[in-house]
Structure formats: C-alpha cells, structure tokens
Ligand binder design. Sequence first.
Ligand code: ZN
Length: 487
Amino acid sequence: MIHARSVSGLLLLSTLITGPVLAQKRPRADSDYERPQAPAPPSLPATLLQELVAIRDAALTDDYAYRQVAHLTENIGPRPVGSPQAQAAIDYVAGEMRKLGLDVRLEPVQARHWIRGAESAELVEYPGQVAGSTQKIVLTALGGNHPTSPEGITADVVVANSFADLGRLGRQNVAGKIVLFNVAFDKRKADNGYAGEAYEEAVAYRALGARQAAELGAAASLVRSVGGANYRLPHTGGSRAADIPAGAVTSEDADLIADLASQGKVRMHIILASQTAEEVSTFNVVGDLKGSEHPEQVVIVSGHLDSWDLGTGAIDDAAGVAVALEAAELMQQLHLRPKRTLRVIAWIDEENLGRGHLEYAKVHAAEIGQHVAAIESDLGASHPLGFRAKISPEAAARLQPVLEVLRPSGANLLLLSSDTPEADLDPLAKQGVPVLGLLQDGRTYFNYHHTAADTLDKIVPLELRENAAAMAVMGYALASMPDPLPR
Ligand SMILES: [Zn+2]
C-alpha cells in the first residue's frame, strides 16, 4: 500500500464527518444544546436504497472474495511485477472478470522486474566482541535496489536518527560507510487509529534514505524495518533509485546495531545480491460492467494485483482486488445494472514505480472528465470503519445516506483528507476525480505488511465480507445515484 504518496512526509489533514451536519462547524461545548438547524438530510431514491441494502446483505454472506484471495495467494503466490506469478494473476483475474460478464481489457504497462538474490549480514567487529564470534543481522533487500557483488561489502556503520542527523554527520562521517536510518514506526499512533500516519513518518527513510546517503558518499544504506510488530521479521518495500545497495534490517537488529555503535566502532559485512531490474511488459486488468443509462460515465472499484515476494500478498493487496471483483459479482448475482459503468481495475506495479496507475491516467486522459469517482482498498482486510476520501464537503454530504446503509456493519465513517488516500488513485485525484480509500482497522496491518507473514491466514473471512460490502455498496451507489457525485 501507500508508497508513492508516502515520500512527502506530510501529515494527513483529516476531518471527521459523522453526522448530517457536514460543512458546518460544530458549536463549542457550552452551546452544544442549541445546534444550528441542520439542513434537510440528503436523500436517495427508495429503490436505490433498497438495492444498496440488498447488496450489503448479500455481501455479508458471500465467500466469493475469500475464494479469490485464496487462489491468488495459495495457488499463485507472491506476485512481484514482471514475475510469472504476476502474469498468472493477471490472466486469472481477467478470466474471473469475463466469467462475471465484464467487458475486459489488458492494458499494457512497461514496468521494471527486479529479482531478490542472496541476502545476509553480520557484524564482524563491535565493542565487547567475544573472540572468534560474529553477530548475525537479519535483513532484506529493498525493491529495485542496487546490488552488492556476490561476495558483499564490509564497512563501518554509522547510525542516523533522522535526515537532519545525517546532514549533521556530513560527508566526513558518512563517506565509505554503511548508513543505518534508525527511525522507529510509531506503534502508539497505529494502536490509536493512525496507522497510515505512523507509516508515512517512517517510510520516508525507506523510500529516500539510500539516495540521501549516496549523496554523502555512503557505501550502502539500511533502514530500520517500517512495521508494527517485533518478530524479528524484516519488512521490504520500495527504495528510490540510488547507486548503492539498500536494505531493511529488523527493528531488533536496528536496536542492537545502534546500541553497539553508541559504545564504539561497529563494522558490518552485507550481501544484497539482487538482480538489477529489467524493463518488462505487463498489464493493468480493466473490466467494465456497462451502465444502463450513462455508460460513458465511469466509477472505479479497485485494488492492486502485484505484491512483494516475501509473503504471498494476501492483505497487500489480493484482498483489495478480491473485494473489487466481488462488487461486480454481487451486482450480477442480484441482477442489478448500475446507471453508469462500474469499472473493476486490478492495478499493476503499485509496489514499485506505480507505472500501472500512471499509464492508466495517460491512456484514459480524454475520459478522465467522465470519471465520476474511484475507490481502492489497499489497507488490508481487517474490519472496515468507513472511507478516507479526497472529495468536496458537498460530495461528502451526498454520501450520508450511503453511509447509513453501512452503519450496521460499522463502515460508516467518512474522513475527508487533503491527501490522496491510495497511491493508485493519485493521478485521478490530481485531475479532480473524487477518490475514496477503504479505511480498515489498521492496528495490525503493519505487523505483516511487506513481510513473509503477509499470508492468507491473516484474513478473517467475516471481516473480508464486511470489506466487500463496503466496496460494493459505495461502488454501486456512486454508479447509480441520480446525479454524479459533485467534484
Ligand atoms: Zn498495497
């Protein structure tokens, strides 16, 4: 999830919208009992509301999405862009869309295929070292990184606690060394509902650290894993191209190295022998359920099909693709035909350079004005709380009756954000398309994110059904409301 938007380091400015009084300022506590007259609540046609309830109820008893995630993860497996598994997943999803009666296209995308190689590390010199011993370090290469030679490199380690800290250390302390960015993921934020924000703060070092270290002549760059659980699992992820090797050590190993480095000289040997990325042809999978009245108007429901290679990409993001597929499956099952085109997209290359969504925006440039809204699910498959959206307050008001349909399953929050909620929706949002990201309970997502533990067992079937309900209800509402959502 959320890779491209992450590098800004900007905090998300969110506004909590919970009731019908939307654009108005809530009065201070002392006048709470004299609230201004609420405007008449927006309403939807009774038939549409009945259809939304039917979709919700059908989703909550439907195991379609779970079967899709199971196939993508257990039968196909990890899906790094350009891999045979990614292609198998593309073919599979296209086949599923055809079975659902969608008009399916494979839209070509050029992406970079990077293959993980041997990776290992050990401390070979450190304060208090016992004669004849070394200390194993658990690490993994970051995607797209520059490899070491097969023999690896040995260099002194320098620890930086921030970019500013790196700047203070300067070239004289950094050149020729292995830099470790030791910035912890803030679990308390995640535990309190700000998992995305905690991720944003830490992930800047994974995305940009190697490049900054390289500018000061570093031999390699390591980052403390960006993740919420300490099971000594390294979390991989994308790193902006830098001409030095880049990896992630576990949080436990980051603590060990930082502790030893505070006492004296630490020297480390690392092997990160990946294969340099090559350009390959791959595809976004795009399937249209054509609208009855306004087929030219498009509402996107989506997830991303590529995944990292360490796990099987269940929560990131087979779940997102599966619930998007299920939105179409439910409409077919219930014989509902939206007024506008419901477009299911399985994006490719979200985890690397985002070439899938960039290419989509290019190829569909002429129709972006007819894109009414776009939804993506890319924060896992835990219980959904609602949506994070970059939409106008007026649009938020229009969605209140839809959120009421989702209230019984708890997915009725609408947080307005000034930032795009999901990376794949960014080019659309920049052109004014209203975009929504499913907002899941993110407390455990980053425990497994980009690790070997992102596997099918992390998905609770009931919670996945709740996600499918939220995606399908919102997708159908956006595609069938009397007027398109205002921009
Ligand atoms: Zn993702």
